[in-house]
Design a protein around this ligand. Structure first.
Ligand code: DGL
Length: 271
C-alpha cells in the first residue's frame, strides 16, 4: 500500500502486557490484523496471578509493567489484562503520555452490540469483578442492561499452568457458568484474557444461543484505529517483528505461551 505524500512511518514498537500468557490472545489478534507493526510483549509471570490481589497491588504492578515497556521505547501500550485494565487504566492514562488501550471497554462495546435481551454475563477474576469496571463500562453504553458478573479464582491459574483440557478446569468453568445460565443471559463476556483458550468448553456449557465475547478482536481493531488517527503507524507492506519478555521463568513462558499465541515464540528475555 502507498502512504500519502509526506507520511513518516513511526518505527517504534507497540507494547503489550499481561500478568502472564493470557494477553497473548490479544497479541495474536494484533499480529494478524497489524502484520506490519512491531510488538514487544511483557508477561509479568513473577507476579501472576493479578486477579486474586488487592486492587492497589494490581495497580502498582501495572504501573511497573507499563514503565518497563516505556523504557523500551514503545509508541502505544495495550493493557492486555482485564484485572490490570480494571484496576489501573484511568490512572495509567492520566500519568503517562504514551497512549494506553485497555481490554474492558472494547469487550463491553462488543457485548452491547451482540445482546438481544439486554442480559449480559461477565466471567472474570475476583479483582475485575470487585472493581465494577465491566458493570460501569456496560452501563455507560446502555443504562438499561442487566449485568451479572461471576468471579472465578481458579480458572486463570489452571489455564496459565497449561491445564486447558483437564477435568478440574471443566469443573471450574462449570461453577462459573452456573449462575450465568440461571440468570438467563444471552451474551457472556470473557472478562479475562486467559479464557479464550477454553472457548469450546464454555460454548458447550452455555449452549449455542449464548454469544461469547472475546475482547481481543475489538481491542486489535481499536489499536489499528488509534495508529491511523494519531498518525503513528509503521510502514504498510513490511513484515513486523515481535519479541517477548517475562519477569518469571522465560523457558516456562515460551513453552506455555505458543499455545496462546498460535505462532512461534523464539527467544524470551527476562526483565
Ligand atoms: N489475564 C488476566 C486478566 O485478564 C488474568 C490472570 C490473573 O489473574 O492474573 O484478568
Amino acid at each position: 500500500m502507498t502512504e500519502p505524500d509526506g507520511y513518516i512511518a513511526d518505527r517504534r514498537a507497540i507494547g503489550v502486557f499481561d500478568s502472564g500468557v493470557g494477553g497473548l490472545t490479544v497479541l495474536h489478534e494484533c499480529l494478524v490484523n497489524l502484520p506490519h507493526e512491531d510488538f514487544v510483549y511483557l508477561g509479568d509471570t513473577a507476579h501472576f496471578p493479578y486477579g486474586s490481589r488487592r486492587l492497589a497491588d494490581v495497580r502498582r504492578l501495572a504501573f511497573a509493567a507499563a514503565e518497563s515497556l516505556i523504557q523500551l521505547g514503545v509508541k502505544l501500550i495495550v493493557v492486555a489484562c482485564n484485572s490490570a485494565s480494571s484496576a489501573a487504566l484511568p490512572q495509567l492514562q492520566s500519568t503517562f503520555s504514551t497512549p494506553m488501550v485497555g481490554v474492558v471497554m472494547p469487550g463491553a462495546r462488543a457485548a452491547v452490540q451482540a445482546t438481544r435481551e439486554r442480559r449480559i454475563g461477565v466471567m472474570a477474576t475476583e479483582a475485575t469483578v470487585l472493581s465494577n469496571a465491566y458493570q460501569n463500562a456496560l452501563h455507560s453504553l446502555d443504562a438499561g442492561l442487566e449485568v451479572f458478573a461471576v468471579a472465578s479464582p481458579r480458572l486463570a491459574p489452571l489455564i496459565q499452568e497449561g491445564d486447558v483440557y483437564s477435568d478440574e478446569t471443566e469443573q471450574a468453568a462449570r461453577e462459573a457458568v452456573g449462575p450465568l445460565k440461571a440468570a438467563e443471559v444471552d451474551t457472556v463476556i470473557l472478562g479475562c484474557t486467559h479464557y479464550p483458550l477454553i472457548t469450546p468448553m464454555l460454548r458447550r456449557l452455555l449452549g449455542p444461543r449464548v454469544a461469547l465475547i472475546n475482547s481481543a478482536e475489538e481491542t486489535a481493531r481499536e489499536v489499528g484505529e488509534i495508529l491511523v488517527r494519531k498518525g503513528i503507524g509503521n510502514e504498510e507492506g513490511r513484515e513486523g517483528d515481535y519479541r517477548f519478555f517475562a519477569s518469571g521463568d522465560p523457558e516456562e513462558f515460551r513453552q506455555v505461551g505458543a499455545r496462546f499465541l498460535q505462532l512461534p515464540i523464539r527467544e524470551v528475555g527476562q526483565i
